[in-house]
Design a binder for this molecule. Structure first.
Ligand SMILES: [Zn+2]
Length: 241
């Protein structure tokens, strides 16, 4: 059975950006694993990191990441893919102290790309995936950028489908960064068959994110409609950074 391995920065990115493709691969007989990278629970968060959970309506004592891992488990069930969670800390726990900082320059003390590369290298060696899926880091979220940088370091042998990051693709006015645009533009575009209903159903499982990102489930449905039914990738080997 061929293996597709998706590297999702956060608990929702892969489903949001290419869930239809993942579900179609699974339906086509592929084993599909969604490895989400930044999923560590951090006890007693403070400051901006705490605000990131309380502004989603969750009390300070809630284990925000455990709730989101459970959402991801349900989303993956709806896509018929397997979730794997790596224990890296999201950017608010690495010194990024505001919403703007999440989409700003990388901190000089942020070596997450090296940590990710160290963790992903044995995964790639062990599983030898036939296909990788990863973000283009459209919008420039630092966790997405570090994911791309880790893959640039690793230069995996498998072909990569670089997805267009949803919802940032449609938010150029507020999230203008396209840090790898020139590199990605050297790769051909590829449109894949998708299972749209599985994707819509899976995306709705990320309940904690829907109000914040879309104003609620109806807003998510609208944003998915506006994005259109296709998922367009840049495809190829890992290009030079
Ligand atoms: Zn993300």
């Amino acid at each position: 059975m061929p293996l597709a391995l998706a590297f999702s920065p956060h608990l929702d990115d892969a489903a949001f950006s290419c869930g239809g493709t993942l579900a179609a691969l699974a339906a086509d007989g592929w084993e599909v694993v969604v490895t989400t990278l930044f999923t560590a629970s951090v006890p007693a968060p403070a400051g901006f990191a705490l605000a990131c959970q309380t502004d989603k309506g969750l009390p300070p004592e809630a284990d925000y990441m455990a709730i989101r891992r459970a959402e991801d488990a349900e989303a993956c069930r709806r896509l018929e893919v397997k979730p794997v969670w790596l224990p890296f800390r999201e950017a608010p726990h690495r010194g990024y102290g505001s919403a703007a900082a999440l989409f700003g320059p990388l901190r000089s003390d942020d070596a997450a790309h090296l940590d990710l590369a160290s963790a992903l290298e044995p995964l790639l060696a062990q599983h030898r995936p036939d296909l990788l899926l990863a973000p283009q880091a459209i919008g420039g979220h630092v966790d997405h950028v570090q994911t791309v940088r880790a893959l640039h370091l690793l230069r995996p042998a498998a072909r990569v489908l670089w997805w267009r990051d949803f919802p940032y693709l449609a938010r150029r006015a507020t999230h203008p960064a396209r840090p790898f645009e020139r590199t990605m533009a050297t790769l051909p575009e590829e449109t894949r068959p998708i299972r749209l209903e599985n994707k819509r159903h899976a995306c709705a499982a990320y309940a904690t994110q829907l109000g914040f990102q879309f104003g609620g489930p109806e807003g998510l449905a609208r944003a998915l409609d506006e994005a259109g039914p296709q998922e367009v990738f840049r495809a190829g080997a890992v290009a030079a950074a």
